[in-house]
Unconditional design. Sequence first.
Length: 399
Amino acid sequence: MTVRRARRAGAPAWLAVLAPALLSGCIPLIPEGAPVPPVPPRAPNAALIGTRPGPMAAGLGFSESNARTALSAFAASCPRLIRRSDTSGLTRPEDWAPACAAAAAWPAEDARGFFTRYFETATVARGEALVTGYYEPEIAGVRTRQPGFDVPVFALPPDLVRARPGDAPPQPDGTMPLGRYDETGRFVPYFDRAAIENGALAGKGLEIAWVADRAELFFLQVQGSGRLRAPDGTVLRLGFAGQNGYQYTGIGSVMRAQGLIGSGPGQYPGSMQGILRYIHEHPAEGAALMRQNQSYVFFRERTGQDTVGALGVPIAPRTTLAADPAFVPLGAPVWLQGDGGISGLWVAQDTGGAIKGPNRFDSFWGAGDQARAIAGGMRAQGQALILLPKGTLARLGRQ
């Protein structure tokens, strides 16, 4: 997300209060009558909400071409996969070592054999998947401000920081919230979309480019990366640098609640293209609509030709998924079965601001007009299986 996206459903409410482990010789005594700090609720993840064995990988019917591209993506993910902490609670870095060692030299013509040999499948929660699409957009933009290009693209502000412990309550996942310290030294929320558009960051030297259309920039922020093409044909590639700490609000849902989405008179399609048309045809209402999404994405200039996801490796069309790392180990293969062209093997290599909860995915379709057409209107449903190293479920006591 990255369309890593900065890109893009809500998780169920959970309250799991876990008793602290009693470690011999390591327990600090709390004087009688002293206030006991509350134990924060533990954020839900795949291990907490329930994961059960799925069908054998050999019975899924991998196509050879699909398995080959998934093997390549998995192998590229391995250097990060075997080092990173898995917040889903399902795997440890060492669990992936055998498959990763084999992937580097596995013959491409037997890619199906690789997945059936090294993996077992798991269903997280009920396995009911919702899959949207994202792509790398290209919009009109320039590096230096000029007439017709008046909307700034901002780099990550240096005063956007996480609160120090004690200055704000921690978030459900235990991390401190994003915000800023004001002139009195008090930690406060960062500027939201409306404040930034009204000039809160003007004059700070954070402008790295200028674009012609605020609505197109909005959707580039939703996608999380993209390209700016100047009138002379030069291209500036932008990558996700950070976000202002506000929850993402899907403006399509806002429009639907207002009766603006549909096929009746005065209504618009629920696709990205339909929403964009509404904003262009109703400038004042469209500007107010975009501001209901207080989340704001900051960019950095990208070098090289590859689009890189949250895992830090290049992502590939019709292969990469953005997923919630609390429910899918980043780098894990995922089998999807459903409508909208989603069926097949994918690899979770990215995240997205709106991609939250079990079995919520965003599929990457590349760049260009065809990718925009597919991703902009995609909302597919189906079933998801996570491919885990063999033996993982037995270790977790799920067999």
